[in-house]
Ligand binder design. Structure first.
Ligand code: UDP
Length: 367
């Protein structure tokens, strides 16, 4: 009989939802996190009265009623709707690709004209069965949209040519023939009222947590403290990189407080040309309709992850996917370790998917 039923490594969304559910099933959990705070990458820092998304903007969206109801029982969500603006050489376009975008791009005013334009460009490119992100993008939205709104942004974001990236990355983005600037197709979206820390605090109420506690710094001790382990860190690190290192993309943020109420009039403005080194500027107050006298903005610079930064995005290309499979085969044989979240599953998951996965993991408790 060990001191805890579960050791949860990492206090992000997967670990926190699992902890919440496990506690309600009478399990005793210890959560550890190597950072000085809880919440993983959804953690916000309050600056000038504004919740700053310290590890990149997070916008919650889902079509799963159970998940939407669940998060709203922890904290109510506001009505924020993501409708980013794309800026290319000084001209602004609406995202996702919709009638407003097509009008700004080509002057077309009806869905039929827009479809015709895209169809023409698709035919010219001769793509029937898209094999990579470039072909997928052109066949979804045509060559102009690809070149102006996708190519530069994607190559900055991933540090790889669009011809070397998998098509699924761009399938996240809707293409619509209506005048609808809502970025997501999901039934529900929003930001927790009062910020994401409220969500994490609600989930972790009554859970024993140790911050500044790195699993690998004291592995033998931590492995012996609990019957089961929920591990949410990098899967390759868990196995001492024995097959080699998985690659990740990281982001560097340049955050500034500005003495003005409203800098860009929108939470998210993407810079899609190659010549500008950042991918987007986030103006944090707009997520919560803030009226503070100052504003906080973050320029986002993507780069290849090196050991010192934070791994944000798995690189799901062929090479890394094959390497991940080798680690996954080891993970599948573990009897007392559950692997969950973006880093442990090496998957580009959205927040709602992570919650769904944590529900499933919690359902398997005692089974
Ligand atoms: N994307 C793009 N242009 C944009 C916004 C997104 O080409 O202005 C593409 C790009 O390939 C990116 C993908 O769509 O990697 C997904 O973007 P999203 O904003 O959903 O990514 P996240 O917010 O997770 O970084």
């Amino acid at each position: 009989m060990k001191q805890y039923d579960y050791l949860i490594v990492g206090s992000g969304l997967f670990g926190s939802v699992f902890a919440y559910k496990a506690k309600r099933q009478g399990k005793k959990c210890l959560m550890i996190d190597k950072r000085s705070h809880w919440g993983g990458n959804i953690y916000c820092e309050n600056t000038a009265g504004i919740n700053v998304h310290k590890y990149g903007a997070h916008i919650f969206h889902t079509s799963d009623k159970e998940i939407w109801d669940f998060v709203n029982t922890i904290v109510p969500f506001n009505r924020y709707t993501n409708s980013p603006i794309a800026s290319y050489k000084g001209k602004l376009y609406n995202l996702p690709f919709n009638m407003n975008t097509f009008y700004a791009m080509w002057g077309v005013t009806t869905p039929a004209e827009a479809r015709e334009k895209i169809e023409m460009q698709r035919k010219e490119a001769g793509i029937t069965n898209p094999q990579n992100l470039e072909e997928q993008a052109i066949s979804l939205a045509g060559k102009d949209i690809y070149e102006i709104l996708i190519k530069g942004y994607t190559e900055k974001q991933w540090g790889r040519k669009c011809t070397e990236l998998p098509p699924f990355i761009i399938q996240r983005l809707p293409v619509r023939f209506t005048f609808d600037n809502n970025y997501f197709n999901d039934a529900w979206q929003g930001i927790p009222v009062g910020g994401y820390n409220k969500l994490i605090e609600g989930l972790l109420e009554g859970i024993e947590i140790r911050c500044n506690a790195g699993f690998f710094e004291n592995r033998a001790y931590f492995e012996n403290i609990a019957d089961q382990i929920v591990y949410t860190g990098m899967i390759d690190e868990f196995y001492d990189y024995r097959f080699g290192k998985l690659e990740y993309r990281t982001l560097r943020f340049e955050t500034e407080i500005l003495d003005m109420e409203n800098y860009q009039g929108n939470a998210v403005v993407n810079y899609t040309e190659n010549e500008i080194p950042y991918t987007r500027i986030i103006e944090h107050k707009h997520f919560e309709f803030g009226k503070q006298p100052q504003t906080v903005i973050s320029r986002e610079y993507p780069s290849e992850w090196k050991e010192s930064g934070e791994p944000f995005y798995p690189v799901n290309d062929a090479k890394n996917t094959a390497l991940y499979r080798q680690y996954k085969a080891l993970a599948d044989q573990e009897t007392r370790v559950v692997f969950g979240g973006r880093l442990a599953e090496y998957s580009y998951y959205d927040m709602d998917k992570i919650i769904g996965k944590a529900f499933l993991a919690a359902q398997r408790i005692d089974k």
